[in-house]
Design a protein around this ligand. Sequence first.
Ligand code: SF4
Length: 203
Amino acid sequence: MSEIIRNAIEALQKRNIEALYASDRNVAREELIKIVGSADTVGIGGSMTIQELDVVEELEKQGSKVIWHWMCLPEDMMEVRKEATRAKYFCCSTNALTYDGRLVNIDGIGNRASAMFYGPETVVVVTGRNKLTADLDSALERIKNVACPLNARRLNLDTPCARKGKCIDCNHTARMCNIITIIERKPLLTDLRVILVDEELGF
Ligand code: SF4
């Protein structure tokens, strides 16, 4: 384990956020499944990391109803997003994790970012080492100039970042950066846990 990862895990723990190290995505998947157990409902926020973890089938085998708007009909997406935030467990990633243990997220609608601190009783954040950033400025820089362009292209959006590969702080109708959240400490009513994976996952 690198010193940066060890320090980030300790920093999260000092912020009363339970943090676990996973050497790769297979270990991360096992840890996530262990935490969720056979919960009745598991919501998932839009997340390439969770998709790359390939965890849905396993959760369903354990008896959980998985609620994820990436797995439903387009006309049902809004309702499924809402239902996911009412699930007992919620799984997602973070757009950035600072070396000193702050979780930084940018969201267009806000369902994923808000569910990380209000709604589900337990939130499991799985993040690859590629999301680690030195500080808040570099977290925002990473999100706007790395994550957003890649996400916009994935979604076939015509935002400036999708075209140019960098943010121009646009006012596009499909702008995906309308809400910025920083989780500084464990949210009072949420059992927030982070699995830090020692490989690149998502963006
Ligand atoms: S503000 Fe606009 S250009 Fe910048 S990252 Fe967000 S959507 Fe892209």
